[in-house]
Write a protein that binds this ligand. Structure first.
Ligand code: AMP
Ligand code: FE
Ligand code: FE
Ligand code: ZN
Length: 290
């Protein structure tokens, strides 16, 4: 579906590539960003900085402003994710922290394969890795499990794979060790970035509760919160903007594009048919400078 929204003064500050669980390579993603007409874009792969150099280089060649990002899952009821934007992709300390998270991911992935086999879904490491050219087990996410389950005929689509086997609470879900919200915010700030609470709707759909949590996270160093996201309705986005204002957080947002791993999420488009105004990028840069 071709979007009618003009994205020339818009940004997409949440996207995934093949470096984690997206299906476009960083360079292909930069081309898709250019084609969509976006002014700026952030690559925010899970637990890895691996795609940032390729993405940044390709964006610069195409005249798009690249922003270095990363997304961390944190230990909190529901699914709490913290995105880091404007991080230093060359920081050795940050790379070491990401490496530790990927070790935990690898352990979790092995346990999840075992559980799937116990449930009659015969998958092995090769079935996972062939969903992801050049991959290592440490970079595979649940979407790769979903695709492997589809490829072997255990499920018809990604949704069914999550519902039956992979979602939190489903029979083959395995929790991995994750940093606390405090630690994730610290990791991001130590690398010069701004910490953004991603898609707060994954924790609660009640604005009052989000406001309370946003205040607590702000006390731990949170700098921004996603208002625009593909999971947020326009009304919910407005509520989130109000919370950002009252809590002194920068508004942020992005599509959470994963290519074919989330086929219904287009790049650059959020909250139905909206986009993230480029002005939020300037606001965040200003906070980082101060
Ligand atoms: P992981 O980091 O390996 O635990 O996988 C988390 C990723 O799985 C998320 O970032 C999404 O890309 C994807 N995901 C989580 N829940 C669902 C769901 N219900 N349907 C489709 N994708 C999901
Ligand atoms: Fe993902
Ligand atoms: Fe997320
Ligand atoms: Zn994401």
């Amino acid at each position: 579906m071709k979007s009618k929204v003009n994205l020339s003064d818009a940004a997409d500050l949440h996207m995934h590539s093949t470096a984690s669980d997206g299906t476009l390579s960083p360079a292909e993603l930069a081309e898709a960003v250019k084609k969509a007409g976006l002014r700026a874009a952030a690559l925010t792969d899970h637990d890895t900085l691996f795609g940032l150099r390729e993405f940044s280089f390709a964006c610069q060649k195409l005249g798009v402003e690249p922003i270095n990002g990363v997304e961390l899952s944190v230990d909190y009821p529901g699914e709490m994710h913290i995105v880091g934007l404007f991080i230093d992709s060359q920081s050795e300390r940050l790379e070491q922290d990401m490496e530790n998270l990927r070790r935990e991911r690898e352990k979790r992935n092995l346990k999840m394969l075992e559980k799937l086999r116990e449930c009659g879904a015969e998958l092995d490491v090769c079935d996972l890795l062939c969903q992801k050219p050049g991959a290592k087990l440490e970079n595979c996410g649940r979407p790769h499990f979903a695709r492997a389950l589809m490829a072997k005929g255990y499920v018809c689509d990604i949704n069914e794979a999550f519902q039956k086997y992979l979602a939190k609470g489903a029979k083959c879900y395995v929790k991995r060790a994750m940093p606390s919200p405090e630690r994730a915010i610290e990791i991001i700030r130590n690398s010069g970035g701004i910490a953004v609470w991603a898609h707060p709707i994954s924790v609660s759909d009640k604005p009052e509760e989000i406001a309370r949590l946003a205040g607590e996270l702000k006390g731990l160093g949170l700098g921004a919160m996603e208002c625009w996201h593909s999971k947020h309705s326009p009304e919910f986005k407005d509520e989130m903007i109000k919370i950002c204002k009252s809590e002194g957080l920068c508004p942020s947002g992005g599509s959470d594009f994963h290519g074919e791993n989330k086929p219904n999420v287009p790049l650059g488009i959020v909250c139905g048919d909206m986009c993230v105004p480029y002005s939020v990028v300037g606001e965040m840069k200003k906070v980082l400078e101060d």
